[in-house]
Design a protein. Structure first.
Length: 453
């Protein structure tokens, strides 16, 4: 077989299996079906509201099945595909109508979900909800290929289950519900993150629809103004690029975090493998641009020299510049390590470690306060030799910190009290001189003198 014969065979094979004309719907019927799904009024709005309530309940209870059910009910795909069709066939009246209806649907959706989460007693952000707050380039690809599947299905006679599948894959409902959750709880990060995901889905479903319509060569309306057509195309492509750019950045951070976690996990498993010590927990986080690896150990104490050696090996795992923080829980070497492998005992241990850390903070604070007050106990002894030379008629001195409380007010004033005994009375100038010297010596401008004969 010659090369040209091989190419002809491949072409016939691809034509046979990929030729859409075999089950292609009439163009007019496909266009009319998309136009019919654009309108949002009456029962369509009610169905949308009910679907939003269902999706919000699914997010609230962390139920993927309920969320999927809401996406099957939702009629949001209609106006988005209408925008894509309008761009593809140069029907700007259809574009305006689709935009208007999509804006109305979005407004109803966000208001409904905000009201639901505002009155719901469950305000915790669960995994299904959090998954809709940080879109990535993968969401762009899902929306794009979902939109292509949608327009191909709308153009075929046997639509099957494609459109419901597209509705599930592109997930238009959950981001709007998550945006409502953000408004209800005052968390703008959730609101903008989720709304950005909805915007991504809408833009790239519409773009995929436009691309599909052009590839299938739908009949276009003629432009009276060619300059206007070019301007509209520039606007469309600008929106696509601006929509995609942040998701690429978020994807880069996600991939970087994933590589860091994998490298950190491999580092810990290969460098903290001791017979009498077990790794209780490990984490790899990027905080303020700094990569931090935290390891909690239990069992026999690992020497600091061994930890320093492990730290020096970080560059071998692509972790140069990362900070290693090791926390050790010391206990009996006879402790059964297999018992601690259960989640319950790990949680108990970590809880106790947190309590110990908090108690240690309190102890450190009290020790600082005690040290501060003990400082005054020795001040009199410290300044006595100097007083003996400068003020020989002073026989005894006691220095302490005291607090004056206002009788008629709640104002409190902390001052240093110096009780002085003398062999002969102070003159006015000597008393002033002694106070100024004591203020300079103690480093405070609040010194109260009490003179005793």
């Amino acid at each position: 077989m010659t090369f040209s014969n091989f190419v002809d065979s491949v072409k016939r094979f691809l034509t046979h299996y990929l030729d859409m004309s075999q089950d292609r719907e009439e163009e007019a019927a496909s266009v009319e079906a998309i136009r019919a799904g654009v309108e949002f009024k009456g029962s369509t709005i009610l169905i949308l509201v009910f679907a939003i309530f269902i999706a919000s309940l699914g997010l609230n209870t962390n139920s993927a099945a309920v969320i999927i059910g809401a996406m099957l009910i939702s009629p949001l795909m209609g106006p988005i595909m209408g925008i894509g069709l309008g761009l593809g066939i140069n029907d700007y009246e259809l574009i305006k109508r689709s935009f208007r209806n999509l804006a109305v649907a979005t407004l109803f959706s966000v208001i409904t979900s905000t009201v639901y989460f505002w009155i719901s007693p469950l305000n915790e952000a669960r995994s299904e909800l959090l998954a809709r707050t940080s879109p990535t380039i993968y969401d762009v690809l899902i929306a794009f290929f979902g939109g292509l599947a949608g327009i191909v299905a709308m153009s075929s006679k046997q639509k099957g289950n494609v459109l419901p599948g597209v509705a599930i894959a592109t997930a238009l409902m959950p981001p709007l519900c998550t945006a409502g959750f953000g408004l209800a709880t005052g968390n703008l990060y959730y609101f903008f993150g989720a709304f950005y995901l909805f915007f991504i889905n809408s833009v790239f479903i519409a773009f995929a629809t436009t691309l599909g319509v052009k590839l299938m060569k739908y009949s276009k309306k003629e432009f009276v103004n060619e300059e206007r057509r070019k301007k509209v195309e520039r606007i469309v492509y600008t929106i696509l690029i601006l929509t995609m750019a942040p998701s690429i950045y978020l994807t880069y951070n996600m991939v970087k975090q994933n590589f860091f976690e994998v490298a950190a996990s491999r580092f810990v498993s290969q460098n903290f493998n001791y017979p009498d010590t077990q790794v209780l927990s490990k984490s790899a986080e990027i905080e303020h641009g700094k990569r931090i690896i935290r390891v909690s150990l239990v069992g026999a104490e690992v020497p600091q020299d061994s930890i320093a050696i492990a730290q020096a090996r970080l560059p071998q795992y692509g972790l140069g510049g990362a900070v290693l923080k090791v926390r050790q829980g010391y206990g009996s070497n006879s402790m059964d390590m297999t018992t601690l492998s259960s989640t319950m005992f790990k949680d108990i241990y970590l809880h106790n470690q947190e309590q110990i850390a908090r108690q240690q903070q309190v102890i450190d604070s009290l020790e600082n306060m005690t040290s501060h007050y003990q400082q005054y106990d020795s001040l009199g002894i410290a300044v006595a030799p100097e007083i003996k030379v400068l003020f020989p008629h002073v026989t005894d001195i006691a220095i302490s910190k005291t607090i004056f409380s206002g009788i008629d007010t709640d104002v409190r004033d902390t001052t240093t009290l110096a009780v002085v005994r003398y062999s002969r009375p102070f003159s006015a100038s000597e008393q002033q001189q002694f106070r100024e010297w004591l203020q300079a010596r103690l480093g405070t401008n609040k010194v109260q003198l009490v003179l005793e004969p």
